[in-house]
Design a binder for this molecule. Structure first.
Ligand code: DQA
Length: 143
């Protein structure tokens, strides 16, 4: 069984980007956490980050038939992208939406998500541990 862990724009800067908001762990640290959690849950992991909306859409399309679910932090595209929401609806895979920060405690433009209505579950404000929670939730859903 495989899962895709997908990260959107600016998450390549994790660890150095607004550490008061996003913490000190790098994307590489997040990848290691995901691999360890996935192994324990019996999954193989594909890990991808892109700053480009179209690349994220292509990755969601390619996930159909190759993975059993997606852990997705869409970054700021969360709040803007109908195209990503349509891609998720199109592939009929369970998606767990993750936000490292508690978006509801931040600016009002971060309170709306185009992704949440098409997500199976949403995890916000748990820091990078949210990725681990999301992987375990996927394991639960696809058991
Ligand atoms: C984020 C929250 C978004 O509002 C922001 O644009 C990000 C990261 C998070 O993980 O908390 O890039 O998705």
């Amino acid at each position: 069984k495989r899962i895709l862990v997908l990260n959107g724009p600016n998450l390549n800067l994790l660890g150095t980007r607004e550490p008061a908001v996003y913490g000190h762990e790098s994307l590489k640290d997040v990848e290691e956490l995901c691999r360890a959690t996935a192994t324990a849950a019996g999954f193989e992991v594909e890990f991808l980050q892109s700053n480009h909306e179209g690349v994220l859409i292509d990755a969601i399309h390619a996930a159909r038939g190759t993975v059993s679910g997606i852990v997705f932090n869409p970054g700021a595209y969360t709040h803007t992208s109908i195209a990503l929401a349509d891609a998720i609806s199109g592939v009929e895979l369970p998606v767990i939406e993750v936000h490292i920060s508690n978006v509801h405690r931040r600016e009002s433009f971060r309170h709306h998500s185009y992704i949440s209505p098409v997500a199976a579950s949403v995890i916000v404000g748990a820091g990078t541990n949210g990725y681990s929670l999301a992987i375990n939730q996927l394991a639960h859903l696809t058991r």
